[in-house]
Design a protein around this ligand. Structure first.
Ligand code: 13P
Length: 260
């Protein structure tokens, strides 16, 4: 168990429109988000950051980066470069200036479709940490890797790259275990399967980062929904959720938050 406060993050992926975002955020912001027991964030497509920020600010006037902001803002990726001739990229300093708190790095969809390596993911995490953003580092095995008994080796290799580059700063990350076979498939890791991997990851973090690493939040992601959230979130080493599909429906996302 990391901190007493869990963290529930919505990853909208490449979904949304100005209209649907408005309705979704209005419903979330109208509700008691149980801020005393749970931190909440949404990772939205870059072009909608401004819209969502405005809506959050209107509901909760003040500085978005405040720890008591109702819903923190996150992006789904960031450039590994600082600045310069990298057409189409967004830098950590731009995100920081904008008021973003979290940056997802190493999501399996980026590893798979954009060929992001462990090394590249580690550099992105490093850039985020240096800018004062919290990287949500994703690790997870494919179906084939699980079936051939490689789950532990794969997630440890992915995390080791991030630890290697980030040293003692490692306690500032959020880690997300997302088994690739459970993403968007309706298949979920059982609470026991998830806990088993989370405890391996926790041990690796503590071995690298000492006592400070005990407080790192390790989220589970992969078809988390209102039905399975409670059982997953009550596991010893599951400190929150990274929610895809169910974060697009206010009623589902809210019911996952109330499962905390
Ligand atoms: P789903 O919740 O849609 O399975 O997606 C999980 C995920 O990839 C979150 O980053």
């Amino acid at each position: 168990m990391a901190q007493s406060k869990k963290l529930i993050v919505g990853n909208w992926k490449m979904n949304g429109s100005a209209q649907s975002n408005f309705h979704l955020m209005a419903e979330l912001l109208r509700t008691d988000l149980r801020a005393e027991v749970c931190d909440t964030a949404v990772c939205v497509p870059f072009v909608y950051l401004q819209q969502v920020k405005t809506q959050i600010n209107e509901a909760n006037p003040g500085d978005l980066a405040r720890s008591d902001a109702l819903i923190a803002l996150g992006s789904q990726d960031v450039s590994a470069h600082e600045s310069g001739a990298y057409t189409g990229e967004i830098s950590v300093s731009m995100l920081k200036e904008f008021g973003v708190s979290y940056v997802i790095v190493g999501h399996s969809e980026r590893r798979q479709f954009h060929h992001e390596s462990d090394q590249l993911v580690a550099i992105k995490a490093q850039r985020a940490l240096a800018a004062g953003l919290t990287p949500i580092v994703c690790v997870g095995e494919t179906k084939e890797e699980r079936e051939s008994g490689m789950t532990e080796a794969v997630v440890k290799r992915q995390l080791a790259a991030v630890i290697h580059l980030n040293g003692h700063c490692i306690s500032e990350i959020v880690l997300a275990y997302e088994p690739v076979w459970a993403i968007g498939t309706g298949l979920t890791a059982s609470p026991e399967q998830a806990q088993e991997v989370h405890s391996v990851l926790r041990a690796q973090l503590v071995a690298a980062g000492g006592e400070g690493a005990k407080k790192i939040r390790i989220l589970y992601g992969g078809s988390m929904n209102p039905k399975n959230a409670k059982a997953l979130l009550s596991q010893e080493d599951i400190d929150g959720g990274l929610i895809g599909g169910a974060s697009l429906k206010a009623v589902d996302f809210l019911s996952i938050i109330s499962a905390v």
